[in-house]
Design a protein around this ligand. Sequence first.
Ligand code: NI
Length: 138
Amino acid sequence: MVYISRKEFFNAAHKLYNPAWTKEENEECFGPCANEYFHGHNFELTVTVVGTPNPMTGFVIDLKKLGHLMKTLIIDKIDHRNLNMDVDFLKGKMTSCENLVKEFWDILALPISTNSTGKLYKITLQETHKNYVEYFGE
Ligand code: NI
């Protein structure tokens, strides 16, 4: 099996804020991430596909095609947006990296299966130089 990855980039604003809690409770849990007027990150999104190379092309997935799927299905909907307010598939959800990768997985898994010899293996979302999450679909 071969693991192949594509990285794309986006900038977005968000805040971590649970509306069921008081302002003080939110600040205690989320610190400056609960800032009322939001804050931004330069995110790096890496999608990894696993499979056996197609003997005709040598590809598990055409990386141009994977980049196109990531861009049209995800990046175009979140880049330069407010994740809490502008994005349909995040409405009413906490915009943590943990939740973001799960939503991205649900969007990408099927189109990747139909456009590759394998399947989606991992989604990695780097939020800062120090912090990133990985999701393997379960
Ligand atoms: Ni943040």
